[in-house]
Design a protein around this ligand. Structure first.
Ligand SMILES: NC(=O)c1ccc[n+]([C@@H]2O[C@H](COP(=O)([O-])OP(=O)(O)OC[C@H]3O[C@@H](n4cnc5c(N)ncnc54)[C@H](O)[C@@H]3O)[C@@H](O)[C@H]2O)c1
Length: 305
């Protein structure tokens, strides 16, 4: 098969592209190397892939001869109030609308990367897909808008779209703004780590390899219109996760509490029974194993520098 992966220079997209190529598929990467974090890091992520520099918010996407689009390109991260909001609208809502338009015209399936952020403070834990979406961050609102756009293109133009709601993905190449990445870097540098709020916030942390596997399986086997949670099996609080990383690294983290970040929810916990029943996918990597892999990557990067 020949697949387009948007966001192919990013954390998840680069590893998805590599997995698809390893499975023998043709991969056309698309990314415009935004400055959401150091573009040089994105260049390194994409080193093994062929990536076209296309800004999806304004340039055309050629889907001739393509069997499916994995749409992961986005402005990610819940700290999305204030001046940065136009970037979220452009890179999420506008870019996604243009990808959906192109895919509908070409009759090509889209697997859309959405987020647990669409649930906000969820009405139930573990959270099933039919919980009422009530995002509390502008980011979550743009991701929910993308989901609604996919449905509108399905109804209006027969677009074949599948939505995946990822829950806090971690592992090698994690974005520098994300929690585990910042903890690893503080442990390596011996600097003080700022914990937002009490540290009691908890997440269904999802290992990147498991998320990639769910994403490929969804492209291959999900029914059109399906919406699935993709979440790790073990829930952990920030403080528990720090303790685990301290044990893995053999170092201790100096911490300082700062105000809770607006838009950050207190808890996420995925109900993954729908994707397990429909596609046979479930998370396989324990938090211990996943964090060990992440620590090896982060410490190896520092050693190489
Ligand atoms: N990492 C997580 O925990 C997580 C959780 C939930 C959902 N998601 C979603 O998964 C996807 C991938 O996330 P990630 O963590 O790998 O993020 P990332 O920032 O590492 O990757 C996104 C990539 O999209 C590219 N991009 C942004 N706007 C673009 C545009 N207009 N045209 C072309 N390329 C553009 C960026 O340059 C970047 O390389 C995103 O859609 C994100 O919203 C991620």
């Amino acid at each position: 098969m020949r697949y387009v992966v948007t966001g192919a220079a990013g954390f998840i997209g680069s590893q998805l592209g590599e997995a698809l190529a390893a499975a023998g598929h043709g991969v056309v990467g698309v990314d415009c190397f935004t400055d959401s974090y150091d573009p040089a890091e994105k260049e390194r992520n994409a080193a093994a892939l062929d990536v076209s520099r296309i800004d999806l918010a304004e340039e055309p996407l050629d889907l001739d001869g393509v069997d499916g689009v994995f749409h992961l390109a986005a402005q990610a991260g819940v700290r999305s109030f204030g001046d940065v909001f136009p970037l979220y609208v452009r890179r999420n809502v506008l870019a996604t609308q243009r990808v959906l338009e192109a895919a509908a015209a070409a009759g090509v399936r889209v697997v859309l990367a959405s987020s647990s952020s669409i649930y906000g403070e969820a009405e139930a834990y573990p959270t099933p897909e039919d919980a009422e979406p009530r995002p509390i961050s502008p980011y979550g609102i743009t991701k929910l808008a993308c989901e609604h756009l996919a449905r509108a293109y399905a109804v209006g133009f027969g677009l074949d779209a599948v939505v995946l709601r990822y829950f806090t993905v971690y592992g090698p190449r994690q974005r520098p703004d994300m929690f585990f990445r910042r903890v690893c870097e503080a442990l390596l540098a011996g600097t003080t780590f700022e914990i937002y709020g009490s540290g009691g916030q908890s997440r269904s942390f999802t290992y990147v390899g498991d998320a990639v596997e769910a994403t490929v399986t969804a492209m291959e086997r999900a029914p059109a219109g399906a919406v699935y949670n993709v979440g790790g099996g073990e829930e952990a609080s920030m403080l528990e996760a720090i303790a685990l990383l301290e044990r893995i690294s053999g170092r201790s983290l100096d911490t300082r509490r700062i105000d809770a970040a607006r838009g950050d929810v207190a808890r996420t916990k995925a109900d993954v029974s729908r994707i397990r029943d429909a596609l046979g996918w479930e998370p396989r990597t324990s938090l211990d194993d996943g964090l060990s892999a992440m620590w090896s990557w982060a410490s190896g990067k520092v050693a190489a520098a």
